[in-house]
Design a protein around this ligand. Structure first.
Ligand code: FAD
Length: 412
């Protein structure tokens, strides 16, 4: 692996920006198919968010991201991919040129290539709230890396704020790692759609994730129009999820402490989000983990002038692309969370598919299994236990249809 010094590159077919599951699986397949591939990763290690993942699937098997990331890296190395870690790609120019800088030596490179894949993943949305800059406050992703990757507890005790797939699974990992997780509570009033009713509706879409009968029941109820409000009213103040209290009628007000976190002030709320007067109280804790959802990281594709659309089904603003990751700019491809936040399993498959498309585009081999593999991707989405947006397949279908429409439109 490169130690920070960027060499000169000749005859590069494909530069992959981002060494998460999407970028790694794409790089491996493309190199196995005969392409000269360079992979650029800004972190010290490849693997992206996969490295921090640790959760139990509904069949009882554990998803251990660290091991999976190592296996992927071994495959990429065997395939002969040149890997640049500690290197950030900061500009892409049509033609194609990728400009990158090593964060260790400061060396810069200009890599000329026939094609570029952007697989830069997603980032967490911040949750500004009084006290959020105090030591002891983490984003939920930061807590995941500390707990699962570095085996360090974010605190002896923790309050997790925000109810979504990440907060639920990471709260569990923290508990397994020895953190006394006081509870999972709703975000402050400033966060849109965070009242109990809206949260419950979202949980309905996530019921596959939680092997817990009440949440499954909640999911079933949500499918029946008009029952959401009733379900929210009958919701008990606290559910137990893997032994962690999930308090759907408790909301964070502010984080308390002088020079570090000492508590979280919360209040009780009604189903519609109205605060119950006089219900404010302080939970004593030395850490607070904030979860406010993820957003695709697509600054590089935006800088190239690609058309973007906001899709409610995908839950984000993403560049218009084909089902296999091609864009309107020949030679530029996209894969993974940069086109919508999904599970690592889906990202791995997206990487495989985009590599098939790149091999076909560069004339190495026809993509004979395209339709079969797109079917497998659909299947993975449908069965995924880690779902951020329940209607994401529909969103991807709409974006792919828009891509085809744009391709077929007569030139002005
Ligand atoms: C905090 C967090 C936690 C998550 N936890 C889970 C989970 O537990 N289970 C699950 O299934 N999914 C989880 N996800 C979703 C997760 O993103 C996907 O599972 C999967 O990792 C996405 O793969 P990817 O390759 O698209 O992106 P990533 O895994 O995010 O990888 C993108 C890589 O690109 C690199 N990069 C970005 N920009 C540049 C640049 N300009 N130059 C060089 N390198 C760059 C990043 O450093 C990163 O390594 C999580 C996502 C986040 C943000």
């Amino acid at each position: 692996m490169n130690g920070g010094v960027i060499e000169n590159f000749d005859s590069v077919d494909l530069v992959v920006v981002g060494g998460g599951p999407a970028g790694l699986s794409a790089a491996a397949r493309a190199a196995e198919g005969g392409l000269a591939v360079v992979l650029i990763e800004e972190n010290h290690q490849t693997g992206g968010k996969l490295r921090g993942q640790l959760h139990q699937e509904n069949d009882g098997e554990w998803w251990i991201g660290w091991t999976l990331a190592n296996d992927l890296l071994a495959r990429v190395e065997r395939a002969g991919v040149r890997i640049l870690t500690d290197t950030v790609a900061w500009a892409i120019e049509p033609g194609w040129v990728v400009r990158a800088t090593s964060s260790r030596g400061g060396d810069a490179a200009e890599i000329r290539t026939r094609a570029v894949l952007i697989a830069t993943g997603a980032v967490e949305k911040p949750m500004p709230v009084e006290g959020w800059t105090l030591p002891g406050v983490f984003t939920i992703g930061g807590a995941q890396i500390l707990t699962n990757t570095h085996r360090v507890r974010p605190g002896a005790r923790s309050v997790v704020v925000g109810v979504d797939p990440l907060s639920l699974t990471i709260a569990r990992a923290m508990k397994l790692g020895g953190v006394d997780v006081d509870s999972i509570v709703l975000p402050p009033v400033e966060v849109p759609d965070s009242d109990p009713q809206s949260t419950l509706k979202r949980l309905g879409g996530l019921s596959k994730l939680a092997p817990y009968f009440y949440m499954r029941l909640g999911g079933a109820l949500m499918a029946i129009p008009g029952l959401a409000a009733i379900a929210a009213r009958v919701l008990p103040r606290s559910l137990s999820l893997w032994g962690i209290p999930l308090r759907l009628t408790t909301r964070l007000v502010r984080i308390v402490g002088d020079d570090r976190v000492t508590g979280a002030e919360v209040e009780t709320v009604r189903a519609n989000g109205d605060a119950v007067p006089g219900s404010r109280r302080i939970i004593s804790t030395d850490s607070v983990c904030l979860s406010n959802g993820l957003v695709p990281l697509n600054d590089l594709s935006a800088s190239l002038g690609l058309e973007f659309v906001t899709s409610d089904s995908v839950g984000a603003k993403v560049a218009v692309h084909s089902a296999t990751g091609a864009t309107a700019l020949p030679g530029l491809f996209l894969a993974g969370n940069t086109v919508g936040v999904e599970s690592a399993k889906v990202s791995l498959k997206q990487g495989e598919i985009v590599a098939g498309e790149i091999l076909a585009t560069l004339g190495n081999s026809p993509f004979e299994t395209r339709e079969t593999e797109l079917g497998e991707l659909r299947q993975l989405r449908a069965e995924s236990e880690f779902t951020f947006e329940p209607a994401i397949q529909q969103g991807h279908d709409e974006i792919a249809a828009l891509f085809t429409q744009r391709q077929e439109a007569p030139l002005p």
